[in-house]
Structure formats: C-alpha cells, structure tokens
Design a protein around this ligand. Sequence first.
Ligand SMILES: C[S@@+](CC[C@H](N)C(=O)[O-])C[C@H]1O[C@@H](n2cnc3c(N)ncnc32)[C@H](O)[C@@H]1O
Length: 278
Amino acid sequence: MAGDQDRWRELGVDVELPSAARVYDAYLGGAHNFASDRAFVAQAKEKLPHIADVARWNRTFLRRAVQTMAEEGIDQFLDIGAGLPTVGNTHEIAHQVNPDARVLYADNEPVAVVQTKELLDAVPGTGVVQGDFLEPDSILAAPATRELLDFSRPIGVLAVALLHFIPREQHPEAALERYKEALPAGSRLAISHATVDGVAEPVRSQTLDFIDSYKDTQNPGFTARDELEFRRFFTGWELLEPGVEFTSEWRSDLTEVDEFAAENPQNAVCFAAVARKP
Ligand SMILES: C[S@@+](CC[C@H](N)C(=O)[O-])C[C@H]1O[C@@H](n2cnc3c(N)ncnc32)[C@H](O)[C@@H]1O
C-alpha cells in the first residue's frame, strides 16, 4: 500500500502515525499498512515476541464466536472495530453457515473503512460504516445500519479486540450499554480484550511494555483490564459455555494452537467470552 500514500493523505489519513487497525493487519501478515506501521510492528515484536500469535489466536476466537452464533441461528451481525479485511472476515464465516446472513462492519479508522468497502462492493447482505464506538448513534443510527439490520430480531454484536483501546476515563461500559439496550432478547455479544490478569512473567511485563508503546500511536488509550472488569461488560446477559476464557482456549479443540498456548492459555493475553441477552 506504500505507493498509495498520497491518495490516503488526500483522504485525511495520517500515514506517519501508526494505527491499531493497520498494525494489527501487519501482525496478521496483511498488506494494508504503511512504513510507519511496519516500523512500529518491528519494535512491538521486540517487546512482545509472540504478538503475531496473540493476534492470530484472537482471530481464531472471532471465527469460533461467529460460527457459534450462526449455528445457533443468528443471521445478522454488527462487527464493531472490525479492522481491515483479512483472512476469514465475519461475513465469510457467517456465510459458510448461512449464505443469507447479513453483516454490517463499523470502524473509526478510514483506511479500514475504505478497504472494507472495496472488498464488499459485490457482496450482497453486507455493508460498512465509518463510526466511533463511543458515539453509538454514529453506528446504530447510520442509514447503512438501518437498511441492513433488523433491530426487532436478534443480532450478534462483535467487539473483538476493540474495548482495550478505550481507557477507563472514557467509560466504554457506558457506550456498550447503549448497544446492549438497542438489541432485542436473544441477541449475542462477543468480546475479546487484552489482559495481564493471571499472566505469568516474563509475558506479563512484556505485555505491559507492549501496551505502553501504543501511547505513540493513533490509539494511545490502550488499557489492559482484569477479569472482573471484563465480566462487567456482560452485566445482565448470560455467558455461553464455557464462560470467560483466554482467546486461545474459548471453545477451541486446541489443534489450532501450538504448545505455547495449549500449555499456557494465558500467553494469549486476551480474555474472550460470548453472551446472550435474556
Ligand atoms: C485490533 S483491531 C481488531 C479487528 C477485529 N475486530 C479483530 O479482532 O480481528 C481493533 C480495531 O478497533 C478499531 N477501533 C479502535 N477504537 C475504535 C472506536 N472508538 N470506534 C470504532 N473502532 C475503533 C481500530 O481502528 C481497529 O480497526
């Protein structure tokens, strides 16, 4: 994407300042990132050497969460903080179970939104909005959302690797409550979130050092949360089995993770859970 920098600058994108969306794409081996993102990733890998695994395990959780919801009959999804298109996007996973499933992607990062738009151009039943999670109406009331999703029927909401970019003083739980209230009974909510709770050294210190380095990016508020804080995001909803686990182990048969995660799931440094609105 390096040659396109002028085009992105014209769209108001700061290509010099790494963004969480683009560095995550780079951890996963994607091509939607700039030199500044790749330089950040090189430093991040020095701080947390297995960060690419952390991103991959998170992505496998997303896949299993969408599969689970689709198999339980959820046929519409709202993927907030969806990031850049990569292998196994939410609509591709959902369509394997139900080709008629509808998927609305939302992100506040312009490169992610433009690239997603290009990918979805010819895919019926999908859409994308540029909106901020912290301003729920920018997503919930957007015309594309209202056209695609039927809020009188259950919706599967994804906030996967999103909420840790929102610091405590910005109260992500309050914004999340607005989304939860807007959904009918039977809706689902999938969340993964960075943590060092229960994480042993040296991975604990490595993770905190890695998180701290985001202060020099477009997402300076990166915040690890403990299990109690994570569980509070689901207040009033029923956790699906097996409850809160690390991303590498949530409904995983562990064949898709290596020994590093199988023996120490906490190396995934991200909690994961899916819940149902009663
Ligand atoms: C690490 S990526 C996760 C992508 C995808 N959900 C996954 O887990 O594979 C986090 C995404 O959240 C987006 N994001 C961060 N803060 C946001 C906000 N306030 N509103 C909307 N999106 C946000 C970033 O732009 C980025 O694309």
